[in-house]
Design a protein around this ligand. Structure first.
Ligand code: APR
Length: 326
């Protein structure tokens, strides 16, 4: 068939909905559009705000050299038929607040957002970003009834990026030469894995002694709180947005990247009925494979301790939730 300008061009422009147009959501929208990955629908409960942000982002397109549509809305009808839905709606941490303090406030928001989004985008892949991450992802999974390959939480990429940064700073090497791996919950009980963290293939255990590594591990565990303490109002959003964007990209471009994400486990790592950070292949079908690393007894027990804390929080919220949100 020959090309003529009047021929209808059959192409599907991928569409990503970002629920919550706050710091993380709006930065993510910017990253997705500027990387030319997809059209973006930014949804927020606040009237006018997502529309204003979308217009602002649209007005930068000629300068940033992309043609993606960014739409701001307060209506879920505008999110219909999205390929990926990212939930960032909720409140961020304030200084001195743990992620669990956010639990009650954010649970209701996430379940409502997930329920309303799935009605319009039943075939999308869902990524939850709202904290406390592992529990929010579990609640969104319950609310949507999605199969486990199509819903996940963003945390491990961010925690690993922080570990990567601290390793690079400590050794004075380029961060892109560092590969870091952090499993477990997104919180104080996360499980950074020095054995599986390398500088161009060299395990960091060959490059630093235990006490130096332990210092970096602790800083990684405290990575979110360190930013919160400095910022005083709000929490990190640049690195969280970049981390989420990497996951969106791997899905939309079917890259099958191996990334640590909060995935639903059905026996892997000896864990069941829980969302927790583990390495997964992310591609067009979502989580295409959960990779089971061989862990030492210490690493495995740290992962199980992390899982127990998540389970406890899930149990805590379950009763209240089944009563409170329909
Ligand atoms: N529906 C849609 N949007 C909502 C709703 C709701 N029911 N409730 C709140 N929001 C919106 C707020 O209006 C706000 O614009 O969610 C947005 C949250 O943005 P910020 O307060 O800037 O928070 P942010 O820094 O983006 O963090 C969002 O991501 O990393 C996590 O811990 C963080 O849970 C927090 C989330």
């Amino acid at each position: 068939m020959s090309y003529s300008p009047s021929s209808p061009i059959l192409c599907h422009s991928p569409r990503v909905t970002v629920i919550g147009a706050g710091k993380v959501g709006s930065t993510l929208a910017q990253r997705i559009a500027e990387k030319n990955l997809a059209d973006v629908v930014l949804l927020d409960i606040v009237e006018g705000m997502p529309q204003g942000l979308a217009l602002d982002l649209m007005e930068a397109r000629g300068i940033e050299l992309h043609h993606r549509q960014i739409t701001g809305t307060n209506s879920y009808a505008d999110t219909a038929n999205s390929d990926v839905v990212v939930i960032t709606a909720g409140f961020p941490r304030k200084p001195g607040m743990s992620r669990d303090d956010l639990l009650m406030m954010n649970a209701k928001i996430v379940v409502e957002s997930a329920n309303r989004a799935i009605a319009h985008s039943p075939n999308a892949i869902y990524i939850v970003v709202t904290n406390p991450l592992d529990v929010m992802t579990y609640l969104a999974w319950q609310a949507t009834g999605l199969p486990r390959d199509r819903i996940m939480g963003m945390a491990g990429v961010l925690d690993s990026a922080r570990f990567q940064t601290f390793i690079a700073m400590e050794l004075g090497v380029c961060p892109t030469d560092v590969n870091a791996m952090v499993l477990g919950s997104h919180g104080d009980l996360m499980v950074p894995l020095p054995r599986y963290s390398t500088v161009n293939g060299i395990p960091i255990t060959e490059l630093m002694d235990e006490s130096r590594i332990e210092r970096l591990v602790e800083r990684t565990r405290n990575g979110g709180a360190e930013v919160v303490a400095l910022m005083k109002t709000g929490s990190a959003f640049f690195a969280p947005a970049s981390s989420t964007c990497v996951m969106v990209e791997s899905i939309l471009l079917n890259q099958s990247r191996l990334l640590p994400v909060a995935a639903y486990l059905e026996g892997e790592y000896g864990l069941k009925d829980i969302f927790i950070g583990v390495p997964c292949h992310l591609g067009a079908r979502g989580i295409e494979r959960v990779l089971e690393l061989s862990l030492t007894d210490t690493e495995s027990s740290a992962l199980h301790t992390s899982a127990q804390a998540i389970r406890k929080t899930i149990d805590k919220i379950q009763d209240i939730f089944s009563i409170g949100v329909g």
